[in-house]
Each structure stands twice: as structure tokens, then as C-alpha cells.
Design a protein. Structure first.
Ligand SMILES: CC(C)(COP(=O)(O)OP(=O)(O)OC[C@H]1O[C@@H](n2cnc3c(N)ncnc32)[C@H](O)[C@@H]1OP(=O)(O)O)[C@@H](O)C(=O)NCCC(=O)NCCS
Length: 209
């Protein structure tokens, strides 16, 4: 069951994998994110537009910190060999929808362009799924991407999500409608996946106590 946000210290959300440190995002990260979030290519398949100034980046970080405070989200900065490597988050964490217990979140991420294509986001995704299910007590994590986003689709497949389908004309941008692919994973699927020898690394990424 989703754990009480009050019992979560920031340090409990520091996660180390073989190549990455994942640490909760903070106000001082504006300068790390800024040059990347200003690049139109990075956000072309994401829900947001390129940032026009650092104030926009600071506002994004503030909204993530507010979500963490409310217990509705967690956002991590990735570091690889001391360099900024990207951002990953669990968004829209919900414990209940009226009478329905949900314990659900959405996964989202982006990798710093110089470090793309090295398997880092797949490694970060495994670590965050481990945290979602084994530390935060979530029951299900969903993820989606624009159908043309081949790199993200591949990350999601490598993480072992179960494909649900394609949503037609899901969003309008750049003068056209775009289709959207959606997947999900339950805690049981995560645990079964981590038990398979081929996914031995899936459990990697222990949050520090
Ligand atoms: C999606 C993204 C996070 C992937 O990060 P990454 O660290 O490069 O991911 P990984 O290296 O773990 O895996 C990428 C996989 O996609 C594959 N890939 C990359 N570009 C591809 C393309 N154009 N077509 C097909 N496959 C592609 C890589 O070969 C790799 O697969 P492999 O390990 O089987 O070779 C990164 O491309 C990114 O930040 N994109 C912009 C932001 C974004 O779209 N975020 C996701 C929104 S849903």
C-alpha cells in the first residue's frame, strides 16, 4: 500500500545503480536542466514546449517539489560519472479515486542528449520502478509515448511493461494529431520480471536507507 509521504525522507529517495546516481531534484538544478530544456528537439515528443528562460525551468522544479510535498509525485536528477544525465519522475501519484484504491503513478523521463544511446534511461527506469514498487508501495505504474518516439518505445519495451494499445489522435501539436502508445506494469509483474534470470539486473538500484 502507498506509504505515507511523511515517512519518506529525501535521502531515502537517493538511488545508486551501477552507472548512475538518482537524487531528488532541487532548486539548484536549474542550471543543469536549462540548456537541455531550451532545445526544441528534446521536447518534441513530450507534453511541454521548450523553456524560454531559466524562470520557466525554476517553475518546473518548484512544481515538482510541491508535488513531492503533497505526495503526488517524485522527480529525480540523474548523474553519470559526476555529469548531469537527465531527469526521471513518477507523476500523478494517486492513492484513491473515490472508493477505488489505486496506488498508481505515471513514469516520465528524458536523457541529456550527449549521453543518449548508452542504456542509461533503461537503467534509471529499472531503479525507479524498484523504488515505486518496493519503497513507495505503488501497485501499478503506467507509461506512454507518442507512436513515433522509437527511442522511448524501446526503453519501455526493455523495461518489460505490458503493452495496452494505441490511442488514436491523442494530442494535437505542430499542426497535426498524434497517436499515443500506452503500457502498464503491476507490482506482481515487476516482481515476476525481476525473478527471471534474463532480468537479473532488474532489481538493481537499491535506494539508500
Ligand atoms: C527516450 C530517451 C529518454 C532514451 O534515453 P536513452 O538513455 O538513450 O535510452 P537507452 O539508451 O536506455 O535506450 C534507447 C534505445 O532506443 C534505441 N533507439 C534510439 N533511437 C532510436 C530510433 N530512432 N529508432 C529506433 N530505436 C532507437 C536505442 O538503440 C536503444 O535500444 P537498444 O538498447 O536496443 O539499442 C531519450 O531518447 C530522450 O531523452 N528523448 C527525448 C525525450 C523523450 O522523448 N522522452 C520520453 C517521452 S515519452
Amino acid at each position: 500500500m502507498l506509504i505515507e509521504k511523511m515517512s519518506l525522507s529525501r535521502s531515502k529517495l537517493d538511488i545508486r545503480t551501477s552507472r548512475l546516481l538518482l537524487r531528488p531534484i532541487g532548486p539548484a538544478d536549474v542550471e543543469l536542466l536549462w540548456p537541455h530544456v531550451a532545445e526544441p528537439e528534446l521536447s518534441k515528443y513530450m507534453t511541454w514546449d521548450p523553456h524560454e528562460d531559466r524562470a520557466e525551468t525554476a517553475a518546473f522544479i518548484a512544481s515538482e517539489l510541491a508535488a513531492a510535498d503533497r505526495g503526488t509525485g517524485h522527480c529525480w536528477v540523474l548523474e553519470h560519472d559526476g555529469a548531469f544525465a537527465g531527469v526521471i519522475g513518477l507523476h500523478g501519484i494517486v492513492a484513491y479515486t473515490r472508493a477505488w484504491r489505486r496506488d498508481h503513478a505515471e513514469l516520465g523521463y528524458w536523457c541529456a542528449p550527449p549521453l543518449q544511446g548508452r542504456g542509461l534511461m533503461t537503467e534509471a527506469g529499472r531503479a525507479v520502478l524498484g523504488c515505486a514498487f518496493e519503497v513507495l508501495g505503488l501497485h501499478k505504474v503506467s507509461v506512454g509515448c507518442i507512436s513515433e518516439n522509437a527511442a522511448s518505445k524501446r526503453v519501455i519495451e526493455k523495461l518489460g511493461f505490458r503493452f495496452l494499445g494505441e490511442q488514436r489522435d491523442h494530442c494535437f501539436r505542430f499542426g497535426r494529431w498524434w497517436n499515443h502508445l500506452v503500457w502498464e506494469m503491476t507490482v506482481d509483474e515487476w516482481r515476476q520480471g525481476t525473478l527471471q534470470p534474463s532480468n537479473a539486473a532488474a532489481g538493481e538500484g537499491s535506494p539508500s536507507a
